[in-house]
Design a protein around this ligand. Structure first.
Ligand code: SF4
Ligand code: SF3
Length: 572
């Protein structure tokens, strides 16, 4: 098999991409991503079997996050970046292995132990290298060797003997990828939680363990959701402690007549650095797609060159980047391969994102990034061409909604609000996603939509009106701000004195695309939320039996027509 990937909602024919990704991922990149994940599994096995303390592993932890994030859909298409990352991770893996190798008789800590500040007694259990999985032992160095090795390590060939085990292993791996993405954003703001690293090692090592039963893997899947809640809480704390609590904000969707930079992705630390470096230069900054909610944070309002949001969800970027005219900075996914050299020359990447031929901006040792090349380019280019006018409103994260709690509770008690619909998640290219616009538009006027993630672009420009001053569409923020929606649900449960979160008048109609949506979904399951409708299609990586467990245990369902689903939800 040339390549096989089925990690996102747009997997070819609902089964998997086996020649080239629908996302544009090449066979080479797909294979290198598989090998990188395989290497991380090997590292995880060494950490777990060697009983190494994640708290002592410093840079190893951070590099594992970075590697995982690089493999998320639409984050990084750069084969050279993957070759370098695999080499780096193999070196780290081999050093870790030396530390736990029972045959390693050295009395004093080796160079790597010293580098990590480890004392000899902190180096965990001794492990015989021959007892380790191939993922912890294989060696390659050239790209050709990597591609050859990848052919026997990809998802298409691993554990095919048991389809359910493979399905659960992939579900856990994709959840861990989403978890790593959020952990990296928090880390970029100086916040980390070592229990998350320990969990990543535990989970990835478990995916190599042939002794684990499907039941044990189901339990680990739920534990992944628990870590999902932890990481979203950590990122929420990182964002709000640094930039303040999101507040109700009108965001301009028109343009001004200055040269400008468009910033996409999810990383607020990158945005802050860009705003600092562009202030006073005459260059404006616009957000794109998942960066839109940055406008809701008080700390970014002081920049008068922070103009508004340009365009829509990620998949519309091919046209929208042409008319933007200026440089674009990707801090994370979602990148769509540009179709012209002209646009490609205006795209820059940073962090875990990458695209071959586009300039990648690295942080220095203190985390500082030099965006001067982007600013210089912006000054030489035309101002953006307007594609929309007006404003959209958002900023309904937990503190802002809690401030409105009395009003919301009164509206529920009086019957003015009959039901809330959580419509968080992702947008995507599939025509069938028109369902979400239709669903939002046709919902009865006494309902309120709670949203987060780029899913919102399917209905955030509709005039949905308000209920007694409460807008019918409350946007909490990015996909990770689904955490806010969970806090809001828990708060309502408390206010109404309910035992069970599922007794609230809240329905969940979630749309997914990539692996961050997987961790959000697992987090909601961990919080006890039942009867989530997931669309536009169920994941290709769920085997029939695993899908059955999710349906029978958690009431997960797909979507039907907007009319039928509204009738179902309102009647329930
Ligand atoms: Fe296909 Fe999605 Fe994998 Fe891309 S990420 S190769 S579209 S399944
Ligand atoms: Fe969107 Fe890629 Fe998922 Fe963060 S930017 S939600 S798809």
């Amino acid at each position: 098999m040339s390549m096989f990937c089925y990690q996102c909602q747009e997997a070819n024919k609902g089964k998997g991409c086996s020649v080239k990704g629908v996302c544009g991922k090449s066979e080479e990149v797909a294979k290198l991503q598989d090998l990188l994940i395989y290497t991380l599994k090997g590292i995880s096995e060494i950490v777990v079997k060697g009983d190494l303390d994640a708290k002592e592993l410093g840079e190893v932890n951070h590099e594992v996050l970075r590697s995982l994030f690089m493999t998320i859909t639409n984050a990084n298409f750069d084969d050279d970046a993957f070759v370098q990352e695999i080499r780096k991770m193999l070196t780290l893996r081999n050093n870790l292995r030396d530390m736990v190798d029972a045959a390693n008789k050295k009395d004093s800590p080796n160079f790597f132990q010293k580098l990590l500040g480890l004392k000899k007694e902190q180096t965990g259990k001794k492990v015989s290298v021959s007892d380790l999985h191939d993922a912890a032992r294989f060696q390659v160095s050239s790209k050709a060797e990597m591609l050859k090795k990848a052919a026997s390590t990809g998802v298409g060939v691993l554990a095919t003997a048991n389809e359910d085990v493979r399905s659960l292993r992939e579900l856990i791996t994709y959840g861990v990828k989403g978890l790593a993405a959020y952990a990296e954003h928090a880390l970029n703001l100086g916040k980390e939680d070592v229990t998350l690293y320990a969990f990543i090692y535990e989970a990835l090592a478990a995916t190599l363990d042939d002794q684990l039963s499907a039941d044990e893997l189901v339990a680990l899947t739920l534990k992944t959701g628990q870590s999902g809640v932890t990481v979203m809480a950590l990122l929420d704390e990182a964002n709000t402690s640094k930039y303040g609590n999101p507040e109700i904000t009108e965001v301009n969707i028109g343009v001004r007549n200055n040269p400008a930079i468009l910033i996409s992705g999810h990383d607020l630390a990158d945005l802050e650095q860009l705003l600092e470096q562009t202030k006073g230069t005459g260059v404006d900054v616009y957000t794109h797609s998942e960066m839109l909610p940055a406008h809701y944070y008080p700390a970014f309002k002081k920049y008068d060159n922070f103009v508004g949001n340009y365009g829509n969800a990620w998949w519309k970027q091919l046209e929208e980047f042409e008319s933007f005219n200026g440089p674009i900075l990707f801090t994370t996914n979602c990148i769509v391969p540009p179709r012209s050299e002209e646009v490609k020359a205006r795209i820059f990447t940073t962090g875990s994102s990458g695209y071959p031929g586009c300039k990648h901006i690295k942080a220095d040792i203190n985390g500082k990034k030099d965006f001067s090349k982007i600013i210089e380019l912006a000054k030489r280019l035309k101002a953006p061409t307007g594609i929309e006018t007006g404003k959209i409103v958002g900023g309904f994260a937990h503190e802002q909604v809690f401030a409105l709690a009395d009003k919301v509770v009164d509206a529920v008690k009086s019957g003015a609000i009959k039901k809330f619909f959580v419509m968080a998640g992702c947008d995507g290219r599939m025509k069938s996603r028109g369902y979400y616009s239709e669903f939002a538009e046709k919902l009865p006027k006494d309902t309120v939509i709670l949203t987060a993630g780029c899913a919102k672009y399917k209905y955030n420009k509709l005039d949905l009106g308000d209920i007694g001053g409460i807008p019918r569409l409350l946007d909490a923020g990015q996909c990770n701000d689904s955490y806010s929606l969970a806090l809001i649900a828990l708060k309502l449960k408390e206010v109404f004195g309910l035992e069970d979160i599922n007794d609230l008048p809240i329905a969940y109609n979630i749309s997914w695309y990539e692996q961050k949506a997987v961790i959000v979904l697992l987090a909601l399951l961990h919080l006890g939320v039942k009867n989530i409708h997931l669309g536009p299609t169920l994941p290709a990586f769920l085997s029939p039996n695993v899908a059955k467990i999710l349906i029978e245990t958690f009431g997960i369902a797909g979507i039907g027509t907007a009319d039928d689903d509204i009738a179902l939800f309102m009647g329930a």
